[in-house]
Design a protein around this ligand. Structure first.
Ligand code: SAH
Length: 257
């Protein structure tokens, strides 16, 4: 009997293979073809391949994987075609496939072709950053929620309304921003419309990777510090009083500029 075409969207977490779920590992070990995103840690892929008698084919489909910038439509077509041809396709994505990961679009494209889809969640970079900084995003002395926001407007679309988000952050919502580095000056200006310059801010680059770096500063100094210290993508920005909850009294916030 012919097997129903199958594909899995698997979250690789932020980089460290220890943070992979057992579900993710099980699906990876079923794969005959793995399509790997840019932000997936090498250790995760190594773990997926370890001890496989017949190793799966591996294709790097991210900007840094040789395909300068594989368009999303091409990746979706590839997943569909390979799954329909009988490959057990795993699309391995950084963090969680459903957090700024295009997982929803890919799942819809696959299902539209009658392909069975399984999704394994991963630890998203914005939550891994909480552990990297030693700050519980929802520490109840400082915050009653958390917002995961993109700093990057969709092509042709409008970006987030930073003053509105700042007003929410001022009510005790920790602001965790993905893809914010390139738009940082605009973003900072917008947030300062409703938040004091002394509001704690942090940047964490390469969470869960060997190159992880972080800095703690204030909203007023964030863009200047990020530029001066040469932070780059991938990085998470965090803004909110909750950063005062840093464990072990290690909070050495610079004074506001
Ligand atoms: N699905 C991913 C997010 C992809 S969007 C997840 O759930 O984590 C890409 C953005 O995610 C990057 O611009 C950066 O803001 C963030 N990001 C992904 N991996 C990261 C890492 N290891 N360290 C810091 N930020 C990361």
């Amino acid at each position: 009997m012919k097997r129903r075409p199958w594909c899995a969207l698997v979250g690789a977490g932020p980089g460290d293979p220890e943070l992979l779920t057992l579900q993710a590992l099980r699906l990876l070990r079923r794969a005959t073809l793995i399509l790997v995103d840019d932000l997936v840690g090498d250790g995760v892929l190594a773990l997926a391949l370890r001890g496989r008698r017949k190793p799966p084919r591996v294709l790097h489909v991210g900007k840094r994987g040789g395909c300068r910038s594989t368009p999303q439509a091409f990746i979706e077509r590839l997943m569909v075609a390979e799954a329909l041809a009988g490959e057990r396709v795993v699309r391995l994505k950084g963090g969680d496939p459903f957090v700024f990961g295009r997982g929803g679009e890919e799942e819809a494209a696959l299902r539209a072709h009658g392909i069975e889809v399984e999704v394994a969640s991963g630890i998203t970079a914005g939550l891994a950053a909480a552990h990297a900084l030693g700050v519980p995003w929802t520490h109840r002395d400082h915050a009653h929620g958390v917002m995961l926001v993109t700093g990057h407007a969709r092509e042709g679309g409008t970006g987030p309304d930073w003053p509105t988000l700042a007003a929410a952050a001022a009510q005790g919502l920790t602001l965790v921003i993905y893809m914010g580095i390139t738009r940082l000056p605009d973003l900072q200006r917008g947030l300062l419309a409703a938040l004091p310059g002394t509001t704690p801010a942090a940047v964490v680059q390469g969470v869960g990777t060997a190159g992880e770096r972080q800095a703690l500063t204030t909203l007023a100094a964030l863009a200047a510090d990020v530029a001066a210290q040469g932070f780059g993508s991938p990085a998470i920005l965090v803004i909110g009083d909750v950063l005062r909850a840093r464990a072990a009294g290690a909070l050495a916030l610079p004074r506001a500029a």
